[in-house]
Ligand binder design. Sequence first.
Ligand code: HEM
Length: 151
Amino acid sequence: MPYTNAVIQETMRITPLFPAGVPHVTSEDYNLGGYSIAKGTVVVSMTVAIHNDPDIWADPQVFLPERFLTADGSRNINHEAFFPFGVGKRACPGKHLAKHNLFIFVSSIFQRFSLSVGNSSGKVNLNPKQISSTLAPTPQELVFTPRSIPD
Ligand code: HEM
């Protein structure tokens, strides 16, 4: 279960659903790390840039679920620089519902099916496509082979 969660987290790290978060407007003048931000400025948290910042993540373009696991693999790790659901007061209120559903969805598929690539190249296209302000997967040709589940 921790590994499944780590795979979901790593997927959301590399390609967050909202690559630039959701825009906000400052309600007062603010100084952030020496930068003056005037009241009324539109600010975006570039989630995809922070999630792929090499100063924070080693080999950020490598898909490595182990980043989200303790050394013995028994527990998941939280990273401060990982925020696919936003941060602060306006962070996603559906976060826990979404996380639970993602876990059930992903684990149900892998419990019941072995997946393989259904085209001759043997490769899947992991580059997402942008739809408005969200990233979505590109269509894939996959074969779902039912697994025998013990009674
Ligand atoms: C994988 C699934 C989801 C992702 C990645 C996601 C991500 C986000 C992000 C990044 C924001 C903007 C946070 C910010 O402004 O800083 C947001 C806002 C929001 N999300 Fe989600 N979300 C997901 C699922 C859901 C679900 C299942 C619900 C409701 C059942 C939901 C309801 C909302 C609402 C109402 C807001 C606006 C909150 C506000 O502006 O105060 N989201 N979400």
